[in-house]
Design a protein. Structure first.
Length: 301
């Protein structure tokens, strides 16, 4: 149920994606499968997830391939685990450590649900390639001896405590990506690497920003005595002033003069539909800093 009307579940179940379904008010909704990034943004969360925009950059930083073995700490809600699972594929392996059993169980549940939903619409099953381990990584030195890791990703409050435990298992030249919300935490991490002479070189620290744009057909609107143009969003909002360009959230209303100039300048009509195109008023805020650490072989070894 939404402002567009009611669409019962039984009208949706069994239908193929890509078609429009009518609601009780006659509006049409496009039916489609959720993408992985949509699923992780909407699935039940315990701790904050790594955001899909950041995960894409982390996957690139780690340069992981199908068949790789990747270590993740911690599992959290399981968002990153799902993307890692897809990146390493059926021949690869993800080992995901989590200290809290509620988070461990939630990550496993979210992973299981995604795999089950995947099966409905696909011939090949989603790989079952994530080992969720309920353990504090600082006590896992013995486990680490039996693995060789192509890459590591640390998404935990104090990644400093994990580095001494996990670095011996990372292959020479491999990447450890660290996801931290505050730049002061990044400084603390780099300071720890220097103080304890850990074999990591910091290659990059980045923040991923997406700038959302609004490009929508404008609508002609009769406003008191003037004829105006506005986007299809928020058309219920009353314009604040006549004959002036105003911005209310994602709404743009053009002056009558501008409208006439733009669309019938020299007696010629340029376009039948005026467009509004500008950065959206709604932008994503800061999520995290991504630090790329490269393992090196110390000169004396
Ligand atoms: C921000 S969450 C991770 C979110 C996850 N990457 C996701 O995308 O859903 C951080 C997790 O690290 C776990 N953690 C913190 N310290 C840990 C440790 N020493 N060993 C294992 N997990 C730890 C926390 O319990 C928490 O669930």
């Amino acid at each position: 149920s939404s402002s567009a009307g009611i669409l019962p579940h039984h009208d949706i179940i069994g239908q193929l994606p890509g078609q429009f379904l009518p609601t009780s008010t006659g509006a049409r909704l496009l039916l489609r499968r959720p993408s992985l990034d949509e699923y992780v943004l909407l699935m039940p969360r315990g701790p904050t997830i790594a955001y899909p925009k950041d995960i894409s950059a982390i996957l690139m930083m780690m340069d992981i391939h199908p068949g790789d073995t990747v270590l993740e700490i911690g599992s959290g809600s399981g968002a990153m685990s799902l993307f890692l699972s897809r990146a390493v594929g059926p021949k690869g392996r993800v080992i995901s450590y989590e200290i809290r059993d509620d988070h461990h169980n939630l990550a496993k549940k979210n992973y299981r649900h995604w795999r089950a939903a995947w099966e409905i619409g696909h011939m090949e099953e989603w790989p079952d390639n994530v080992d969720f381990v309920l353990k504090d990584i600082s006590t896992a030195a013995a486990d680490m001896k039996s693995v060789t890791l192509d890459a590591i990703v640390l998404d935990m409050l104090h990644p400093q405590i994990a580095l001494p435990v996990v670095h011996p298992s990372l292959k020479q030249g491999g990447v450890c990506a660290v996801y931290l919300a505050n730049i002061t935490q990044v400084i603390g991490l780099l300071d720890r690497i220097q103080t304890f002479k850990l074999p990591f070189l910091c290659e990059r620290i980045i923040e991923v920003t997406h700038r959302n744009w609004l490009v929508v057909p404008a609508k002609i609107k009769n406003c008191k005595s003037s004829q105006m143009v506005e986007t299809q969003e928020n058309i219920e909002e009353a314009p604040q002033k006549e004959y002036e360009e105003i911005h209310i959230q994602d709404q743009v209303v053009l002056k009558e003069d501008e409208f006439n100039e733009s669309f019938s300048g020299d007696g010629e009509t340029f376009s039948s539909v005026p467009y509004v195109a500008r950065p959206s008023c709604w932008q994503e805020a800061h999520s995290a800093f991504l630090t790329k650490l490269r393992k090196f072989r110390p000169l004396h070894s």
